[in-house]
Design a protein. Structure first.
Length: 273
């Protein structure tokens, strides 16, 4: 009978080589796991209106009289456009061809609504907009998930929309909140923006300016497209400015000064959680 010999060393080498290949494969799979990035939102415009002009008050003029008057009135802003409404959507599991393996419909989703003049926001290096950034547009990728250092600054942003720096409805007078307690912690492209990290504002409820958690809007910045990303934190069924419930309210700048009647396209993105 022929004797069968077993080469233990060679078998172990083959086993460890196979094990090494498995580890490498798992590592490659882990390496290519992608972050969840905001997706373009489908927009349905429900209504569009502006505040009406109030009727003129009057005073009786009498020859020879000098009359002291206190006047009060409203003028619509020439620097801002407002958006508000509700969000429905789904969280899904799909491949690169958008073929859905499974989805979870959610009539009251949480997350963020984003608006930008860029139709191709790069979410990789998204960061907080900085009023005092250098404005040199040097490489700012090291500040992803933090605060912009070299990007667009307040002066440049207001110049782009012809907003006077000292106007009552300037950007800094509108997004005038910063520090802890001024906006909730949120995540964009798996980057954490902690409580109060970015410049923010709160839109109005039926009772006036919102309190913490009501219609918070944050200023983010995309250094690649050099565009501000206006970010509304979703909060379902809050009684809004018009005494109706909404999931979000937000404002974006628009130049309506002087003879400028041109419009600006804003592109909307959504990230559901």
């Amino acid at each position: 009978m022929k004797k069968i010999e077993f080469d233990f060393d060679k078998s172990m080498m083959k086993f460890f080589a196979f094990l090494f290949m498995i580890i490498v494969l798992i590592s490659m799979i882990s390496f290519f796991v992608e972050a969840v990035i905001p997706s373009g939102a489908q927009v349905t415009q429900i209504s569009n209106s502006t505040g009406p002009s109030d009727p003129a008050g009057s005073s009786q003029a009498v020859a020879g009289n000098v009359t002291e008057l206190n006047l009060y009135g409203y003028t619509s802003t020439q620097s801002w456009q407002g958006y508000y409404g509700n969000v429905t959507g789904t969280i899904q599991l799909s491949d690169g061809g958008d073929n859905v393996l499974y989805n979870w419909s959610d009539m009251n989703p949480k997350g963020e609504i984003y608006a930008s003049t860029s139709n191709s926001v790069s979410w990789t290096d998204i960061q907080c907009f900085n009023f005092t950034a250098k404005g040199t547009f040097a490489n700012d990728s090291a500040n992803r998930g933090g605060t912009s250092k070299y990007g667009l600054n307040l002066t440049q942003l207001e110049t782009n929309f012809s907003i006077p720096f000292n106007s009552v409805d300037s950007v800094n007078n509108t997004f005038n909140l910063s520090g802890p307690g001024n906006h909730a912690t949120f995540y964009t492209n798996n980057l954490e923006f902690a409580d109060g990290t970015c410049q923010s504002t709160r839109l109005y409820t039926s009772l006036g300016k919102g309190v913490s958690g009501d219609f918070e809007e944050v200023l983010l910045y995309d250094p690649l497209s050099r565009n501000v990303v206006y970010t509304s934190l979703l909060n379902q069924n809050i009684l809004g400015f018009d005494n109706r419930t909404h999931d979000f309210e937000m404002v974006v700048p628009e130049d309506g000064h002087g003879t400028n009647t041109a419009t600006t396209s804003y592109y909307f993105y959504v990230e559901l959680q």
